[in-house]
Design a protein around this ligand. Structure first.
Ligand SMILES: [Zn+2]
Length: 387
């Protein structure tokens, strides 16, 4: 059913019920005007003039404790269909009404704050949410989560942590996950400013909020590498792989550097084999082939051919073309060059990462999805066109 029609039907039902209540209380004479509006609204509705019908219904629906739910349902539906200005109007109208109890006022303020967030009016949302969060009421937890949302959008990680940290973290896994990433954001800034002590302190806090956050392990590794502690860095990167096998392609390069610095070629080979058996990816396959090609290019090409038969991928195919190009005749080289031009163009036209929450795809790894703002939902794409 069309959403706007649904909105108007809710209003019509709400007003119809309310007028019925009034009639039963023998007050019908004073409500002829409203009844007329109601029937005119129904006429608009029958003629599919939903906007006109809705305007009349909102006018007819008096704000009182019995009609609060109808107003809230209307406002929420408008917000969901993207008409935030109408949602704001309904919720502001509700708050200007008389006779609402404390819980109803808090609920309406929460909904209005939700509208303001959606409209990008973050200052106004913050003001309302602080009011709800500071008073004892049933909406306190929801207000706190929305307040965290406001500070997150403003990228004010300190305020987000202060408000979110005061909430009962165990009550929400999602909030704990977000708080952990806020600490990681601050740790990243500290790392860039070479404030190593602060960086470590934020990472410890991040781990307390979410012990399995792979981003914490990656940042711990980056910090250790900056301090030339390659053994520790290796350990943190391997922990990250255990925390999320799908992110293994992200650690191959820094982990290889750690093994090189530790002069442990055998350890690197063993890890590659183990990782490949646990969660195969094209990046791992390329790293294995590069190891083989250091001694014997033709053995690397034979290995790639065999593996690509089992697990074909564009990236792997490009590397195989490169290997063959070295010893091909002039004619064959030309053909291979044309072929590679095509496969590279195909590969670069495909996104490398996708958000598991909303499907947003791109070529960069984001810890927070730029589209749905979810944390930790973006992963490398696996399959023929990706890993
Ligand atoms: Zn997303």
């Amino acid at each position: 059913m069309d959403v706007s029609l649904l909105v108007v039907l809710i209003a019509a039902l709400g007003i119809g019920w309310w007028l019925g209540q009034r009639e039963s209380k023998q007050q019908r004479n004073s409500h002829f005007g409203l009844q007329a509006d109601y029937y005119r609204g129904l006429n608009y509705l029958l003629n599919q003039q939903t906007d006109e019908a809705l305007e009349l219904f909102i006018h007819a629906l008096e704000v009182n404790p019995q009609t609060v739910d109808t107003h809230l349902a209307l406002g929420s539906l408008f917000r969901r269909r993207g008409e935030v200005d109408k949602a704001i109007q309904i919720h502001q109208n509700l708050l200007s009404g008389k006779g609402l109890d404390q819980e109803q006022v808090m609920l309406a303020e929460l909904e209005l704050a939700h509208d303001f967030i959606k409209a990008g009016l973050l200052d106004r949302a913050e003001e309302l949410l602080l009011d709800v969060a500071q008073q004892p009421n049933q909406q306190k937890a929801k207000a706190t989560e929305l307040l965290v949302d406001v500070y997150q959008r403003e990228q004010d990680w300190h305020k987000a942590l202060k408000v979110g940290g005061a909430a009962n973290v165990s009550a929400s896994v999602d909030l704990a996950q977000r708080l952990s990433h806020f600490c990681c954001e601050l740790a990243e800034q500290a790392l860039q400013n070479s404030e190593e002590k602060e960086c470590l302190s934020y990472l410890k806090r991040a781990k307390r909020h979410n012990v399995d956050n792979p981003r914490v392990s990656l940042l711990r590794a980056q910090l250790s590498m900056k301090q030339n502690h390659f053994f520790d860095a290796k350990k943190h990167l391997q922990t990250m792989a255990q925390q999320d096998l799908q992110l293994v392609p992200e650690i191959i390069e820094p982990l290889h550097l750690c093994y090189l610095k530790l002069d442990d070629a055998k350890g690197w080979q063993d890890w590659l084999n183990l990782a490949m058996s646990q969660h195969p990816s094209t990046s791992l396959l390329l790293a294995q082939a590069q190891e083989i090609s250091q001694k014997d290019d033709s053995a690397a090409a034979a290995y790639m051919t065999e593996k690509l038969r089992q697990r074909p991928s564009l990236k792997g195919f490009n590397y195989l073309i490169d290997l063959h190009m070295q010893w091909a005749s002039a004619n064959a080289k030309d053909s291979l060059q044309v072929l590679k031009g095509l496969t590279v163009a195909l590969q670069t036209s495909k996104p490398q990462y996708r958000c598991r929450q909303c499907g947003f795809a791109g070529n960069s790894m984001h810890w927070q999805c730029p589209s749905c703002h979810q944390w930790g939902s973006t992963k490398p794409i696996y399959g023929l066109e990706g890993e």
